[in-house]
Design a protein around this ligand. Structure first.
Ligand code: ZN
Length: 197
C-alpha cells in the first residue's frame, strides 16, 4: 500500500518497536496497517444420489477449469455461512452446510481454505456470472486433469476417500509448493494440479 486508509498520508514500510516484521506505518498519524492471510471458504455440495456439484469457472483465474463452490470469506460471517453463500452465488444451489472436513494452508500466497461438506436441499442449480456450467458429477466423472486449483483437487480427494470408507474425518494439509510462475497476487492458486495427496 502507498497511502494510509485512516488519514490519506503516505505510509512507509518499517518494523514498529516491539514487532518482528516490517509493516506499513503511516508517517502522519502513526497507524500501523497489518496485512494478514485471506480465508477462502468452500463446500462440496452433495445431491441425494451421491453426485457432487461442480462448476466450470467463467472468470479468471483459471477460467474454464473446474471447482466446487468456494470464495473469499466476507466480514461478519461464519465459514459455513460463507460456504453456503458462495454455493448460491456460483451455482444457484441451496445447501445445508455440514461439518468442516478440511483446512488447507497455502502459505506461499497467504491463503487458508476451510472446506465444508454440504447437502443440496433441492436439485436446482444453474450457470451464473461466475460459472459457465454447473454439473452434478459422480466421482468417476470428475475432470481430475482440469481442476482449477490444487486445494480443490486435494479437497475432493479427501471428500471421496472419506465417503468410500464410510467416515467423516477431518483433514489438514499444508501446500508448500510454489510454482516459478506464481507471481500474481491471485496466484492462489497456482501449481500442482496433478499432485497426489
Ligand atoms: Zn495515517
Amino acid at each position: 500500500m502507498k497511502f494510509c486508509s485512516t488519514c490519506g498520508q503516505s505510509v512507509e514500510l518499517t518494523t514498529p518497536a516491539g514487532d518482528h516484521l516490517p509493516r506499513h506505518v503511516c508517517s502522519a498519524c502513526g497507524t500501523v496497517h497489518y496485512h494478514n492471510p485471506k480465508v477462502i471458504v468452500g463446500c462440496v455440495p452433495e445431491w441425494e444420489d451421491g453426485r457432487v456439484l461442480m462448476c466450470k469457472r467463467a472468470i479468471e483465474p483459471r477460467l474454464g477449469l473446474w471447482t466446487f463452490p468456494a470464495g473469499f470469506m466476507e466480514m461478519g460471517e461464519t465459514s459455513g455461512e460463507g460456504a453456503a453463500r458462495e454455493t448460491m452465488e456460483e451455482t444457484g444451489a441451496s445447501v445445508e452446510i455440514g461439518d468442516l472436513f478440511a483446512v488447507i494452508n497455502v502459505p506461499y500466497v497467504s491463503q487458508i481454505y476451510m472446506l465444508h461438506r454440504g447437502r443440496m436441499t433441492s436439485a436446482r442449480h444453474h450457470p451464473t456470472p461466475e460459472s459457465s456450467e454447473t454439473v452434478l458429477m459422480h466421482e468417476h466423472e470428475i475432470p481430475w486433469e482440469k481442476i482449477a486449483f490444487p486445494t480443490v483437487y486435494h479437497g475432493l480427494k479427501f471428500f471421496f476417500e472419506d465417503r468410500k470408507r464410510g467416515v467423516k474425518d477431518f483433514h489438514s494439509l499444508d501446500l508448500n509448493f510454489r510454482r516459478k510462475t506464481a507471481q500474481r497476487s491471485d496466484a492462489g492458486l497456482e501449481g500442482l494440479v496433478n499432485d497426489s495427496a
